[in-house]
Structure formats: structure tokens, C-alpha cells
Write a protein that binds this ligand. Structure first.
Ligand SMILES: [Zn+2]
Length: 250
């Protein structure tokens, strides 16, 4: 009896001469690794279904005792070929799969996994079809901060609740008011930027289209959100280093 599962291909790693190990996010099983034999041969029929960021259906024999499943065959549900042709899209997509992978690593709750599966699909579709990568990044980073439970405090000063804010402190976890700023010497930002920061924490799937059309999201905001996320999770985002190194967005 063969098993079928819908997957989001996260990454591909060369293995032996012609094979590859495919890491996927499966709708039914969460994180999984497949051995795809002969996939690096040019005429391999499984080549396209294993391309990173592709949504595919994989057929395999499930072995519960094994860490790695053998891929038999499958079919494409959705290609994301534009992501591969554009450096800023592929940088954004690799950050997306890195974030979701670290988040679902130890997750066993089926409903939580399905929510993340659908959200990852949504993000990859946006990356494929839209051009404003900074807006997608802002939504992505803010959503993951929310999933990690480390969203910045943006309603008032994180220290005293005053609403006369002029600063942001990553260490304190949010907006800082004029008076507290004088004590902790956190960096002062323009009103525009504080607004942009606050707005980034209000994006959801429903208002995302409006956010995309609202105005261009600054690189400064993305940089701050990345620093915020890294500081409060202790995670170092490898794909962000890649994005920075190749100056794709900075
Ligand atoms: Zn304060």
C-alpha cells in the first residue's frame, strides 16, 4: 500500500552521485526527509517535483521506524518557478522556509502544523506573484514573532505605558517614550518610522493586500524586525546573512 501526502519542498541536499535528500513540510506528517534516487540525472522524472518551494504530492511507502522515507513518484500541484529566477524572491523564500522549519521542528499538534502549512503556502504564493518583497518580509517576520510569542509592544511605551513615544528598544521589547528614552538611551526614530513599525504588527492575511498597496516598506524596518526576532529567539537567520551578503535588499 502506497502513501500519498501533499508537501512543500523546503530544501534539497546532494547525496551520493545522483541522489538527493529532500526536506519537506508535509501536510500530514510535518517535517520529513525523503531520499530521491537518481534525481540529479537530467532525465529524472522526479526532478521537478523536488525543486525547492514547489508544492507537490509525494507517493512513498511509509516506514515509521525510518528517519528517511524513499520517494517513489509524485506530481506537481504548484510550481514556483519565478522564485528561482529572481535573487530577491529566492532570498525571501529561503528565509521563509528557514523560519517555518525552525518553528515546526518539535511541533506535534496537527492543527498547528496545518495552520503553518497553509500560511507557508500563502507566503510562497505571494513571493512568486508579487513584486514588493519588503512588504512580504515585514508580514513574514511579524507573523513569526507572533507565533514565537515575542511580538513587540507597540501600543505604548513598553516600560511605563505612556503614549508619547519617540524610540524603540529591541532589548526592552518595543516602543519607548521620551522620558524612558532619556534613561535607557535607546535609539530615537522619526514619527514616520515609528508608525511604520507599529503598522507592521497589525498585518494579517485579510489586510495584507492593502498593506502591499499602502506604501513601500523601508529596508530600515526589515533590518529592525530581523534584529528583533534574532535577539528574542536566539536564532541566527542564515538566509538573512545571504541576503545581506549579496546586497539583495540592503
Ligand atoms: Zn516610558
Amino acid at each position: 500500500m502506497n502513501d500519498l501526502t501533499q508537501v512543500i519542498v523546503l530544501s534539497q541536499m546532494d547525496y551520493k552521485e545522483n541522489d538527493a535528500l529532500i526536506k519537506v513540510f508535509s501536510y500530514d506528517y510535518g517535517l520529513m526527509t525523503f531520499l530521491a534516487k537518481g534525481i540529479r540525472k537530467i532525465n529524472s522524472k522526479n526532478r521537478s517535483i523536488c525543486m525547492p518551494y514547489t508544492i507537490s504530492e509525494f507517493m512513498f511507502n511509509y516506514h515509521e521506524s525510518s528517519q528517511i522515507q524513499s520517494l517513489l513518484q509524485g506530481q506537481i500541484i504548484q510550481t514556483h518557478h519565478r522564485i528561482h529566477e529572481d535573487l530577491s524572491k529566492s532570498g525571501t523564500a529561503s528565509l521563509c522556509v528557514e523560519l517555518v522549519e525552525s518553528l515546526i521542528h518539535d511541533e506535534n499538534d496537527k492543527n498547528v502544523l496545518i495552520e503553518h502549512f497553509e500560511f507557508t503556502k500563502f507566503l510562497l504564493n505571494q513571493i512568486e506573484n508579487k513584486s514588493k518583497m519588503n512588504a512580504i518580509l515585514a508580514f513574514m517576520l511579524s507573523s513569526y514573532m507572533n507565533y514565537y510569542g515575542i511580538s513587540p509592544h507597540v501600543d505604548s511605551c513598553v516600560l511605563c505605558e505612556s503614549t508619547k513615544v519617540n524610540s524603540i528598544s529591541i532589548e526592552e521589547g518595543g516602543l519607548i517614550c521620551n522620558e524612558c528614552q532619556m534613561e535607557i538611551h535607546s535609539p530615537i526614530y522619526s514619527i514616520e518610522f515609528l508608525k511604520e513599525f507599529r503598522l507592521s504588527q497589525r498585518i494579517n492575511k485579510e489586510n495584507f493586500e492593502n498593506y502591499l498597496n499602502y506604501k513601500d516598506v523601508s529596508n530600515e524596518l526589515i533590518l529592525l524586525l530581523v534584529k528583533f526576532l534574532e535577539y528574542h529567539t536566539g536564532v541566527t537567520l542564515k538566509s538573512w546573512e545571504f541576503i545581506r551578503k549579496w546586497s539583495i535588499m540592503m
